[in-house]
Design a protein around this ligand. Sequence first.
Ligand code: NAP
Ligand code: F7E
Length: 327
Amino acid sequence: MKKALITGITGQDGSYLAELLLAKGYEVHGLIRRASTFNTKRIDHLYEDPHQSDKRLFLHYGDLTDGSRLVTLLASIRPVEVYHLAAQSHVRVSFDEPEYTGDTTGMGTTRLLEAIRMVGLDCRFYQASSSEMFGATPPPQNEDTPFYPRSPYGAAKVYGYWMARNYREAYDLFAVNGILFNHESPRRGETFVTRKITRAVAAIKLGKQDRLYLGNLSACRDWGYAPEYVEAMWRMLQHDTPSDYVVATGTSYSVRDFVALAFDHVGLDWEKYVDHDTRYERPTEVDSLIGDASKATTELGWKAQTHVPELVRIMVDADLAALTPED
Ligand code: NAP
Ligand code: F7E
């Protein structure tokens, strides 16, 4: 049975990836942070009784800031695939906490790579790189597009990208960078713009909320559907040779478009409910992202299936269902 370690297993992508790997017959190990409240909501449905003999999901306490813990974990688990998804992943927050973001999102990658090297582990390594690395470079963006990050988060991800490449070139580690464009789902964190919008639309429709406050409505993003994106991660680690891949839909919508589609889905006019609040703006913005995923299509056979209009319907319907009391 193949063993995989997922850092960030409690996050949006980690939860979908855990489902995928368990369905493929893997033994899955996840790194979780100790918190004073439960933080495993997204994977609770995968939880198995620890006394069950055929249990295949194991959770371990640890933190990206604790390098020695990463060493002991890797030495005891000895996974053949490591999916490094953990990060302080919120761009706006990274302007408030640039040092912490650098320590976890940037240095966390180095700590994990170095732990692999110290343990002498023979494994394949996935680095969760991001379209935020392209930042100000105009679209379309592919694997050859120069990086121009526009936030502490984007800068930390550029560092992580180059560390993964360096361990590939210096130590022959099978390390890949998945350069993923925005991907969303009903499990998306509530403060990212898509989920903030779909939750608000559901609450407004059901009479539980009056207004929605947003920042810049003109930014354009290439939004895809998260369950499809974790499939691309897995395919990268099954390929013959390690390489870096853009994963995206190739289409782009503005935040305003997303808002209009979401309100329209429940029969409301968005302009009656949305207000502007400067606190949600960023000191430097990424104006436009459109990914060219041709390499992933050619080499991995991966292509996005779900586009924004359907994604909006999936997310609004899920938030409506979550807010509607059961009979
Ligand atoms: P997410 O929902 O924010 O999840 C982040 C995960 O990292 C959570 O499990 C979180 O644990 C964990 N984490 C944060 N700081 C940690 C630390 N110091 N030590 C250990 N674990 C820590 O992110 P996501 O959307 O699933 O994204 C997964 C990865 O892909 C991230 O690296 C993100 O930057 C990157 N990425 C995301 C997108 C996207 O559109 N979603 C696009 C490109 C790249 P808690 O649950 O305890 O907070
Ligand atoms: O913002 C604008 C905001 O926070 C999208 C992360 O997963 O994807 C994500 O980063 C856009 C920006 O995602 C609000 O200014 C307007 O232009 O949903 P977001 P992001 O910054 O694109 C990349 C690929 C990652 O790697 C990251 O980890 O929406 N916007 N008004 C707003 N954004 C938020 N959050 N809240 C607002 O009220």
